[in-house]
Design a protein. Structure first.
Length: 317
């Protein structure tokens, strides 16, 4: 079986919700709670999750050392591969701020431990598009592993890059790299997202993120997947939504958005996604809301309010 065949086969399986993995901490954030992490992955799998994604922000890579990221990636891969389920897909990532050489090491590590894909984020300053292309192309030439490009607004290196968004031409070039299998679209701009989907969805899988089911529904004709939102709490809800969508049951899709997603988006919009989801998880006894500084868990008043919102949502789950 050729590497290109593997890539194309994997691309066709990236459909529906892609479940981000959230890292639990213990001892006031000093330590990663690996037992709780494994239990969380088990919880998601038992409730229908098939595509798992350890990543820069939700998995808290930005709060970890490189050694910790390696260890978390190993833990995630081992747990998911232990299901012996050919329908699962395991995606792990590299650090936010690192050299191309370090990204190559993380890609090789992911391949050696059995990950299906490596997610690569570019957080260096944007000077010229060629620099970004060369970064991804160099990694692709060094390691035979499918790549997910984590596209989010750049830090701007020269003034002419006014908005920080990736040029469509750059994404078009990246989509032609054989190893590049998918793009996580993280700009959270509807028109821009649509332009990306229209341009490159014929070659790569696109995972939209930021505004959940509501955002995906705007591009679902050509885009087959989205990053989980409320599914991090109730995995089956997003699997159900996907099936309702495939069956053209718009009434059921709207019920999920109105009764489940939108109420939780109050938490996202007022208390932040990252802290709010942790509070909701503690309320549901999934994991502790402990964080690692500079992140700090929600205070008790906000945490209580999150719990009240979750109790209302549970009536529709």
């Amino acid at each position: 079986m050729t590497f290109i065949y593997i890539i194309m086969s994997l691309k066709d399986r990236i459909k529906g919700p892609v479940y981000s993995i959230i890292t639990p901490f213990k001892n006031n954030g000093k330590d990663i709670d690996y037992e709780s992490l494994e239990n969380y992955i088990q919880y998601m799998y038992d409730n229908g999750a098939k595509i798992f994604y350890a990543m820069a922000f939700n998995t808290r890579y930005l709060l970890m050392s490189e050694d910790e990221i390696y260890k978390v990636n190993e833990c995630v891969i081992k747990k998911i591969k232990g299901f012996n389920d050919k329908e699962t897909i395991t995606i792990v990532g590299d650090p936010l701020d690192c050299s191309t050489e370090t990204s190559i090491k993380f890609a090789q590590h992911a391949k050696d431990h059995g990950a299906d894909m490596i997610s690569l984020i570019y957080r260096a300053y944007l000077f010229f598009d060629d620099h970004v292309f060369n970064h991804y192309n160099t990694i692709a030439n060094a390691v035979d592993i499918p790549i997910l490009v984590h596209e989010m607004p750049f830090m701007k290196g020269i003034p002419r890059h006014q908005d920080g968004n990736w040029s469509i031409d750059l994404l078009d070039r990246l989509a032609d790299i054989p190893n590049v299998l998918a793009v996580k679209e993280d700009a959270k701009l509807d028109d821009y997202t649509k332009d990306i989907v229209d341009k490159i969805s014929d070659r790569v899988a696109i995972v939209v993120s930021g505004n959940g089911l509501q955002q995906w529904s705007k591009v679902s004709e050509k885009c087959q997947s989205w990053l989980s939102g409320i599914g991090n709490l109730f995995p089956k809800v997003e699997m159900d939504y996907y099936q309702y969508h495939l069956n053209n049951n718009q009434e059921k899709c709207n019920e999920i958005i109105e009764n489940i997603e939108k109420p939780f988006f109050y938490v996202k919009d007022n208390y932040s996604w990252h802290l709010g989801i942790k509070s909701a998880m503690e309320h549901l006894n999934i994991m502790s809301k402990q964080e690692r500084m500079p992140y700090q868990e929600l205070d008790e008043e906000k945490h209580k309010h999150v719990g009240e919102i979750i109790e209302q949502i549970k009536k529709y789950v």
